[in-house]
Ligand binder design. Structure first.
Ligand code: SAH
Ligand code: AVI
Length: 372
């Protein structure tokens, strides 16, 4: 699994640095986001060596990329953030009532802005709160953690700077009676169907029976509305897309000439997904010295940098129900096969059905398999 991991207590400035320090722990995996790969940057080499070319979406997120994403969330065309916020405003108290005192583990936490609605609900019910943000983008994770600690005097935070896989495999046991893994913002949609299936299996593995998963997912809607959200009039999404090339230049000693590419995004109706691409404006060669990689582009050739799938709630719930993790255990009269399953408990949407929240519980189904 992981190469370099270290845990630190953040050094913080006023007010009450000692108090904040004692409530914050950060586990930092190796500094670049490809650190879980057996070879750093292997996923970049693989993506740029195939036809059509692709790059993993996690490379959007250095400090600049995280800041651009925050700007996207405020755009008039980008409806997902404000719609999910409204759903959480309406139902966070109901979620907290169902789970009771629960540690929140958030995948791809970013600025943790929407998480505050869940934290408020636990605080309002007089429940203790523990928060474990997980994000490859260390700057925004640490900055948001410090703001949260200042605003929530009884909150404790253990943040993990690294990929979902690395952090999930290294999670400390829950500090509260139960745990809820939150995956908000429809970041699930950035995984393709196979990655999604594999990911659900990993989540089921990470959850104990009785624990929860809260998924926020963007739903299918008109092509016009979707394409506007990913082609905003101010060009912020274009800047976000192109920033991936700056990030790769910095990580892997690259010489991408960013102004020789342009942003393109469109809705693929067959696959129910937005696709973001970077289109080469000319025939060009790019070198990534740290990866010993030279890549040739033809004019108009594209790199697909992101898919953003748009879900149908019933199909998604079906898919969640079909996830099953089996752990076998020997017993006197045979073998007990314990299956962990994800059971959707409740779903909430907005009046337009633009966005959905799905709360699942990990449940154990034991089965004794008799020996012959
Ligand atoms: N949850 C927030 C942010 C979504 S943006 C919201 O709903 O607004 C997606 C976040 O996931 C970014 O902060 C990015 O850095 C993080 N991220 C993307 N791929 C990741 C990966 N493979 N592992 C860990 N974090 C990842
Ligand atoms: C983080 N993720 C869910 C966003 C999305 O909508 O797929 C990233 C994004 N890409 C372009 N705009 C926003």
């Amino acid at each position: 699994m992981l190469e370099s991991v270290h845990t630190e207590t953040q050094s913080l400035s006023a007010p009450s640095p000692t108090d904040l320090q004692s409530r914050l722990q950060i586990t930092q995996f190796a500094s670049d986001p490809s650190s879980t790969a057996s070879q750093p940057g292997l996923d970049v080499i693989q993506g740029l060596s195939k036809t059509p070319k692709t790059l993993p979406a996690k490379y959007f997120y250095d400090d600049q990329g995280s800041q651009l994403f925050e700007q996207i969330c405020e755009l008039p065309e980008y409806y997902p953030t404000r719609t999910e916020t409204a759903i959480l405003q309406a139902y966070a108290a109901e979620i907290a009532t169902i789970t009771g005192p629960s540690e929140l583990v958030e995948l791809g936490s970013g600025s943790s802005t929407k998480t505050r609605l869940l934290l408020d609900a636990y605080v309002d019910m007089g429940l203790a709160s523990w928060y474990c943000p997980i994000d490859v983008s260390g700057g925004i994770l640490k900055q948001s953690a410090i703001h949260l600690l200042k605003d929530y005097p009884t909150l404790n935070i253990h943040g993990y700077v690294g990929t979902y896989e690395a952090a999930l495999a290294a999670l400390s046991p829950s500090q509260l009676p139960t745990r809820m893994i939150c995956f908000l913002g429809s970041t699930l949609g950035n995984l393709n169907p196979q990655e999604c299936e594999h990911f659900f299996a990993e989540l089921t593995q990470a959850l104990q029976p009785g624990e929860y998963l809260l998924l926020g997912v963007d739903l299918q809607k008109s092509v016009q509305q979707l394409e506007a959200a990913y082609n905003d009039s101010q060009g912020v999404t274009a800047a976000f897309n192109l920033n991936m090339l700056h990030h790769l230049n910095q990580l892997f000693q690259g010489d991408f000439q960013v102004n020789h590419f342009h942003h393109q995004s469109f809705y693929n109706l067959d696959k129910h997904q937005i696709e973001m691409h970077l289109v080469s404006q000319t025939a060009q060669k790019v070198n990534l010295a740290a990866l010993d990689l030279t890549v040739e582009f033809e004019p108009a050739e594209t790199i697909r940098t992101e898919i953003s799938r748009k879900f149908d709630l019933e199909t998604l719930k079906q898919q969640l129900r079909s996830v099953s993790q089996t752990g076998a255990q020997a017993s006197g009269g045979g073998e007990i096969a314990a299956h962990k399953e994800l059971t959707p408990l409740r779903t909430w949407t907005d009046a337009n059905q633009w966005f959905g929240l799905v709360l699942c519980q990990c449940q154990e189904k034991a089965q004794v398999v008799q020996e012959d």
